[in-house]
Design a protein around this ligand. Structure first.
Ligand code: COA
Length: 167
């Protein structure tokens, strides 16, 4: 069985991520989307919330599992007996960072290869920060994220505005 892990912060998952996950699910027997705790980021959604949003977004793809993980990616990959790490490559600007991560991971664990998949060109400009920013100003994110994510973003920002008003 060929297993791939698809790691990321997914704060929140977008149609670009879903597109990469769908492509990976066609290439591997099992894909584990793993929601990473990135120490450099302060996510809007908790790990558990991000897992829940991803599960709902990919519920129709039978060979995808979703988990949260903390620690080194290569350790997690070994634990899951993964053959590959999947990463999306959207534009040339992604390359340097991805190149560094892929080579570092390979240095840490020579058995694990990184496979790069290009999302549909409609999503190459997307990232989660842009989506959060649009949603925070009550903009329409329906073209960028699945309906469940749109709803949760609206709730998050409504709650935080209510809290701010109370202060
Ligand atoms: N569609 C839309 N957006 C995409 C995308 C796609 N297909 N692919 C990536 N993005 C966006 C993400 O939304 C994210 O946007 P943001 O910065 O606005 O939040 C950005 O591109 C970065 O992608 P992401 O996959 O979230 O990368 P990351 O840098 O947060 O995650 C980890 C990197 C978590 C995989 C990495 O830090 C890691 O492996 N951590 C574990 C610790 C470890 O092993 N470290 C050593 C690694 S060498």
């Amino acid at each position: 069985m060929r297993i791939a892990i698809y790691p990321g912060t997914f704060d929140p998952i977008t149609y670009g991520h879903v597109d990469v996950a769908e492509r990976a699910a066609k290439l591997f027997d099992k894909v584990i989307i793993c929601v990473a705790v990135n120490t450099l980021k302060a996510p809007l959604f908790t790990g558990a919330e991000r897992v829940e949003l991803i599960k709902d977004a990919v519920k129709d793809i039978k060979n995808i599992e979703v988990e949260e993980f903390e620690g080194l990616l290569v350790d997690y990959a070994k634990k899951k007996k993964a053959d590959a790490i999947v990463r999306g490559l959207r534009a040339v600007s992604d390359f340097e960072y991805e190149f560094q991560m892929a080579l570092t991971n390979r240095k840490l664990c020579s058995d694990i290869n990184t496979v790069f998949l290009m999302p549909h060109e409609n999503y190459t400009y997307l990232n989660s920060t842009i989506v959060r920013e649009i949603a925070s100003f009550d903009g329409d994110v329906s073209g960028f994220v699945p309906p469940n994510v749109k709803k949760r973003l609206e709730e998050k920002y409504r709650d935080s505005k209510t809290k701010l008003r109370r202060k």
